[in-house]
Each structure stands twice: as C-alpha cells, then as structure tokens.
Design a protein around this ligand. Structure first.
Ligand SMILES: [Zn+2]
Length: 158
C-alpha cells in the first residue's frame, strides 16, 4: 500500500503512558473473522510493552479480561442472584464508559426532527428536540435531572 507518493503507507501507534511508538503498515481487522498473524504479533508486542514497562496497567488488563470472561459466560444464563445481576450491570457500565461514542451534534437532532415532519413553526418541534437531547444526555451520562417538584399541598386544609 502506498500514500500516493510511492512511499509505503505506515501508521504510528503511541503508548499513552510513556510515548513508546510502534510503526507498522495498516492492519486489517475483520469484525467477524479470526485475527490474522500480523495483528496477533502486533497485539503481542503491545502486551509485551505493557508487561515490561507498565506492570500495573498490565495487571489491570488481566483482571478486566477475567471479568469479561465472566461477563460473557454469565450473559448466557438467567440468574436470580441479585449480586450477580448488580455485578453484570456494573461491568456493563464500565465497558460503556471505556467506549466513548462520538457526540451527536445538535444539527443531527434538528435534522431528525425535520425528517419526522416537524416544521420550524410547529409548536411541538422544540419539545421533540428537547426530548431527543434528553435521550442523548442520558446516554452520554450528562443528563441533569430536574429537581423533584415540591410536594403538592392539599387543596383543602381541615
Ligand atoms: Zn509505554
């Protein structure tokens, strides 16, 4: 593969803990296929670096790996054990926090409202946009819950 200048295309992968760099040709990762030998060697080099230079991070990865095996295994069962259910939910939340999705721009939400047929002068357009922004905030973990309404006073006091 070339970058158009006749130079073979290579990418740099940088350790976020120390700046160590690996430079390699593009790797192809098939979502459903087995990792090929080049990827296995590349990952093995990353793991070797972590084990040697960052043993704490390496140990944490090993621990997460064990949790992930448990998560995948338990996920094949239904359980009544509330501790297992809580643990599954907590690990799932941890996984979601590790995978940061790109934020949904306001323009996409407004476009979705337009696609639903809400015109600019439709009085229901803004509430629909606000509801979609709330859903976005919920999934981004930034939803500001409104203060609980004051307890309603009885209309008639005796
Ligand atoms: Zn490093």
């Amino acid at each position: 593969m070339s970058n158009g200048n006749g130079t073979p295309l290579k990418y740099t992968t940088t350790c976020q803990l120390c700046g160590f760099q690996l430079i390699d040709h593009p790797l192809s990762i098939e979502a459903n296929g087995k990792p090929d030998e080049r990827i296995r060697k590349f990952i093995a080099a990353l793991m070797k670096h972590l084990e040697k230079k960052h043993p704490d991070a390496s140990a944490q990865i090993q621990q997460l790996w064990q949790f992930f095996l448990g998560f995948l295994s338990i996920g094949q069962f239904k359980t009544e054990d509330p501790n297992l259910v809580r643990g599954m939910l907590a690990f799932g939340a941890q996984l979601r926090n590790m995978v940061k999705l790109p934020p949904i721009p306001d323009a996409d939400i407004e476009g979705a409202a337009a696609a639903l047929g809400f015109t600019m002068d439709d009085p229901k357009r803004e509430p629909v946009i606000a509801a979609m922004k709330n859903v976005r905030a919920y999934y981004e973990g930034t939803l500001q819950k409104p203060a609980a309404p004051e307890a309603q006073k009885p209309l008639v006091t005796l």
